[in-house]
Design a binder for this molecule. Sequence first.
Ligand SMILES: [Zn+2]
Length: 90
Amino acid sequence: MPFIDYVIAGVIIYILYRLIRWQRTQQTRYIPFEVKRAVLKRYFSMCAVCPEANLLEFHHKKKHADGGDNSEMNVAPLCPKHHAMVTRNG
Ligand SMILES: [Zn+2]
């Protein structure tokens, strides 16, 4: 097999890899690191409801299933207790 075939195969695999990674950020609940950092800064690294600063989870204000995205404005940090409360009550 000529060398150029290996190059083309490598490029195709790289494009597929990037495409899968991009899809993950678009379609899953995955929140980018930069968004998490911005959200924590906005909420002073505390739960949005109480002063809990450890064990924070990231809550989608608008559910991912309802079209909510992973943008800074749609994500809020919550402690496990309040996350459970919000999730239960919708
Ligand atoms: Zn809390």
